[in-house]
Ligand binder design. Structure first.
Ligand code: ATP
Ligand code: MG
Length: 184
């Protein structure tokens, strides 16, 4: 399974100028104090996979530009580039740039329409839906998604996390080693 290796942002929300988020491992956790920008990371991912402003916690796309939340945008544009790494360690970049309220989409630097872009994302298993998008088998959290995970049957929730972290694939090896240790 491929994974998100790095996110490059440029004047997106709390990041001023060009900055890098990551590199990430196949399974990563984001921790930080209130207001430190954890949800902005998820917003950056949601933005780059083509989500609309209504699911990005803003009224207009231009509100995503650094400084726009206090009425002082530092630029007319902002961008987010997702660097995806396939199982074969091949990198593909998916980027979205806004100029004012219009968006441009690029895969490996090649500009394309939104529907072509979404098709390319589907090829790596990223399927976006209007209100509830699946990203690398992980639910990005528009309203209600976190609650739906919390309300899952504990066994179902465990299965979901095992699947995301790939620990399921190591379960039988773990059991064998544990049993061997208990016998010795
Ligand atoms: P919590 O733990 O409360 O959920 P969080 O870590 O998820 O917090 P975020 O919501 O990701 O925090 O980030 C909020 C911060 O992002 C605020 O400090 C806010 O000022 C900043 N911010 C939001 N939009 C912009 C923007 N357009 N330009 C600059 N900073 C912004
Ligand atoms: Mg948050």
């Amino acid at each position: 399974m491929g994974y998100l290796k790095q996110i490059d942002v440029d004047n997106f929300k709390s990041w001023r100028g060009k900055q890098t988020i990551g590199p990430f491992l196949r399974f990563s956790c984001i921790i930080g104090t209130n207001g430190s920008g954890k949800s902005n990371v998820m917003d950056a991912i949601s933005f780059a996979i083509g989500e609309r402003s209504s699911t990005l916690r803003v009224k207009h796309l231009r509100d995503l530009i650094h400084g726009a939340h206090i009425g002082a945008p530092v630029s007319r544009s902002a961008s987010v580039c997702l660097r995806y790494c396939s199982e074969e360690e091949e990198e593909t970049s998916f980027s979205r740039t806004i100029n004012g309220d219009s968006s441009e989409y690029r895969v490996n630097g090649v500009q394309m329409t939104l529907s072509q872009y979404l098709k390319q994302l589907e090829e790596i298993g990223v399927i976006t839906k209007a209100q509830n998008c699946l990203v690398f088998q992980c639910v990005v959290s528009p309203a209600g998604a976190v609650e739906s995970i919390a309300l899952k049957d504990p066994k179902e929730r465990t299965k979901m996390f095992e699947s995301i972290s790939q620990s399921r694939e190591l379960a039988s090896e773990y059991e064998q080693k544990k049993n061997a240790m208990l016998r010795s």
